[in-house]
Design a protein around this ligand. Structure first.
Ligand SMILES: Cc1cc2nc3c(=O)[nH]c(=O)nc-3n(C[C@H](O)[C@H](O)[C@H](O)COP(=O)(O)OP(=O)(O)OC[C@H]3O[C@@H](n4cnc5c(N)ncnc54)[C@H](O)[C@@H]3O)c2cc1C
Length: 416
């Protein structure tokens, strides 16, 4: 049965949800408080990462965070604050950072990533969005120290055991696949399963496709309240209008917890800020790479090279910390010999907020408190990769169909 669905949020998750809901024959309205041209879904590194099987909440991360707490240029930063929601989230994060929990999360992360990557491929093959940038070169994990190499060796072994193809490369082999620029690294692990894209291009193509299909997209309209009774949301209220729908999807990224509070739901979620620097002049970089010690990403996108990084927990704000942006530029220069990142590129840096759940798994599922509410958020560092899979799973939940994979572990009311 065709339903009327309101999707709150027009980032990658909201737009992919609209895409798959439309395919299922539902009538969709997407509402976004902004103009859908900036934020996490535009500034990200564009990786589709089945390789990222280890969640952020892993052993050692809390002590790492504490170590860097007062370093304004570190790639991982938790601003000390006595905010109850943050403290609770940090406690859940700590509880999730055990070997056993990571072990349990890894196959789920791999499965949803592979599902999503295949859906990206299907979207490309369908030609519906026109041609969009999707490259199949895999991802390099470049390391400069034996310690980082040994760590990645273990991750690579686990990935291989889970059926993901990974090759180890010596410097001469790195040179062969990245011939136009000299890389200062002891070696690399090459995850052949990964892909990369150009996010602003994909977002604008998807937005245009959805509009052409007659999906209502309300920009610059903020959901300010929700009215509910008898375990059902009756009205979605914005600063401009009021909507009634059969199902409502919360895909509001880092703001999903704020939205949930309007229904007295406590969703453990924190914003993890990251930055990007786009370099328009030719860099010679053709392979996407993670610079392990610098904890940053480099992506050759269509028309420019993107340098992205930092995970900064300092609440919901878009303040650009220049020292962190500088650290990204300096980090890149330590790996790529002769790389020039112009001042104007650094000055033009932008940031976005990753919606981070405490255990590294997204929130995808129907609320038990409000029967017409579905959550689609909390994807942290993998929201770009997981857009299509999330959209598909949500569309199946709306249609009361068997989901393409088991979503029990992603339930928004799970215990930590
Ligand atoms: C630097 C950086 C690099 C990254 N690299 C990668 C990567 O390589 N691969 C990967 O998979 N992921 C990556 N990510 C993560 C990924 O970008 C995010 O997880 C993803 O974009 C989140 O998408 P979203 O749709 O949930 O949220 P958003 O893109 O933040 O969208 C949420 C939308 O909701 C709207 N909204 C909020 N509240 C309301 C309201 N009340 N009413 C109406 N609208 C509202 C907002 O305006 C916003 O447009 C990266 C992130 C960053 C910052």
């Amino acid at each position: 049965m065709a339903k009327e669905v309101v999707v709150i949020g027009g980032g990658i998750i909201g737009l992919c949800t609209a895409y798959f809901l439309h395919k299922e024959g539902h009538k969709v309205t997407v509402i976004d408080k902004a103009d859908i041209t900036f934020g996490a879904s535009f500034v990200n590194a564009g990786y589709l990462t089945p390789s990222h099987i280890v969640p952020l909440a892993a052993p050692g991360m809390i002590s790492n965070g504490l170590k860097h707490m007062f370093n304004s240029a570190s790639p991982f930063y938790m601003k000390p604050r006595f905010d109850q929601d943050f403290l609770k989230w940090a406690w859940y994060f700590k509880k999730s950072s055990t070997k056993a929990k990571v072990q349990k999360a890894m196959p789920l992360i791999k499965d949803i990533n592979l599902l999503s990557r295949d859906l990206f491929e299907a979207m490309a093959a369908s030609g519906e969005l026109g041609h969009f940038h999707l490259e199949r070169k895999g991802l390099l994990m470049l390391y400069q120290t034996e310690k980082a190499g040994a760590y990645e060796q273990q991750v690579a072994e686990r990935a291989r055991n889970m059926g993901l193809p990974v090759k180890h490369l010596h410097p001469s082999e790195i040179k062969k696949i990245e011939p136009h620029i000299s890389i200062n690294a002891l070696g690399a692990f090459h995850y052949l399963c990964d892909r990369h894209t150009t996010p602003p291009q994909f977002m604008s193509r998807l937005l245009k496709y959805l509009s052409d299909q007659g999906i209502t997209i309300r920009k610059a309209e903020e959901v300010t309240d929700l009215e509910a009774s008898d375990k059902k949301i009756n009205k979605v209220i914005t600063n401009k209008a009021m909507y009634v729908a059969d199902d409502i999807v919360f895909a509001a990224g880092s703001w999903s917890a704020v939205l949930s509070q309007k229904l007295s739901i406590k969703l453990p979620l924190q914003a993890g800020k990251g930055y990007r620097i786009d370099v328009q002049n030719s860099t010679g970089i053709t392979m996407p790479a993670i610079l392990m010690e610098a904890k940053m990403a480099v992506t050759p996108m269509q028309g420019f090279t993107r340098f992205a990084g930092t995970m900064e927990f300092s609440g919901i704000n878009h303040t650009i910390r220049k020292d962190r942006v500088q650290a990204i530029a300096k980090g890149a220069a330590r790996y790529y010999e002769g790389l020039q990142i112009q001042k104007e590129a650094i000055d033009g840096a932008k940031c976005g907020l990753r919606p981070v759940s405490p255990d590294g798994l997204p929130y995808i599922g129907r609320s038990t408190k409000y029967k017409n509410l579905i959550f689609a958020t909390g994807h942290a560092m993998m929201g770009w990769s997981l857009g299509p899979a999330t959209g598909k799973l949500v569309s199946e939940l709306v249609s009361d169909k068997k989901t393409a994979m088991d979503v029990t572990a992603f339930h928004p009311e799970r215990k930590f």
